[in-house]
Design a protein around this ligand. Structure first.
Ligand SMILES: [Zn+2]
Length: 310
């Protein structure tokens, strides 16, 4: 009986499996590129990470400029930093994509491998940029990808970029932080009234692509805050496995009765900014899938904000 019914469903199963193989092969190239770049990003300083990214962008044929700035904070003292800026496409307004590439110095003075936070997000953004550049004539916007430095010192890189940018041109910003594994896309609802349109676009895109997206009334801060403080529409995204995303939701939004056991810390917060944020956490096929999601999302944002172009 079981054998017979198994055989009966086999052709259907095969048909379902056969379809995505082609797409998966294309994805595997992206996943392999993400995997090897992430390995190379494990360095002992942020200037060393910068050099790895420059070589990675050169190899991918993505032109960039460097924005150097005087940053640092009270702990570090004055410290030079470098943002990587990739610009393509044309339009009266800009869509800005941000991800920080710097890794944190740990409490014991060691340098984090910075895989989850935020090599994964950085590499997803670069893949999305590469895909979008091929369609830039349909985007009707100037696209600016800012891979920022010194996020970990207080959102400095994004602030320095915004200081010199023409804010009136910015139609929207998409920031990615903490993106190394899982297929659940997490996003914050706490970037103010100005970001409501972007949130609507994101929710629609999640539904249309049957992506599991989790809205956080309170989402932990990243460089999105630099933009929302300036009244600029911004989305902050990350990925997690489904359980991890819900645990994070409860930890940040569940209050006293969140049901998590006393002292529970969601998995991702046990890893980032510790010695555990290392290569074994990376699932490059998940990051590749997220890069494809970002590409489609940004195309949708370009369409939705095009109506508002002057
Ligand atoms: Zn981060």
């Amino acid at each position: 009986m079981r054998m017979k019914s198994l055989l009966a469903v086999a052709p259907l199963a095969l048909a379902l499996v056969a379809q995505p193989v082609w797409a998966q092969e294309a994805d595997n190239t992206v996943a392999a590129r993400i995997q090897s770049a992430a390995e190379r990003l494990v360095q002992d300083s942020n200037p060393a990470r910068l050099e790895v990214l420059k070589a990675h962008l050169d190899a991918m044929g993505l032109a960039y400029e460097l924005q150097t700035f005087e940053g640092g904070n009270r702990q570090t003292g004055p410290m030079a930093g470098t943002n990587i800026v990739i610009t393509f496409g044309e339009g009266a307004r800009d869509i800005v994509m941000t991800a920080h590439y710097d890794a944190a110095v740990l409490r014991d003075g060691a340098f984090s491998h910075g895989v989850v936070d935020n090599a994964g997000g950085t590499l997803a953004m670069i893949e999305a940029a590469k895909s979008l550049q091929a369609h830039s004539n349909h985007l009707n916007h100037r696209m600016i990808v800012v891979l920022t430095d010194q996020e970990e010192l207080g959102l400095i890189g994004a602030g320095k970029w915004l200081e010199q940018a023409d804010k009136t041109r910015i139609a929207g910003v998409v920031n990615v932080d903490v993106a190394a594994y899982g297929r659940t896309v997490m996003f914050g609802l706490n970037n103010g009234e100005a970001s409501r349109g972007l949130v609507r676009t994101l929710r629609t895109y999640c539904a249309d692509t049957a992506t599991d997206c989790e809205a956080f009334p309170v989402y932990p801060p990243s460089e999105d805050r630099v933009f929302s403080r300036a009244g600029i529409p911004v989305l902050s995204l990350g990925i997690q496995n489904a359980v991890g995303a819900r645990q994070m939701w409860l930890a940040f939004n569940g209050g006293q009765d969140n049901g998590l056991r006393e002292g529970f810390v969601p998995d991702v917060f046990q890893n980032i900014h510790t010695h555990e944020d290392k290569m074994d956490k990376l699932k490059s096929d998940d990051v590749a899938a997220f890069a494809a999601f970002l590409t489609g999302l940004i195309q949708r944002i370009a369409t939705d904000t095009a109506d508002k172009n002057p």
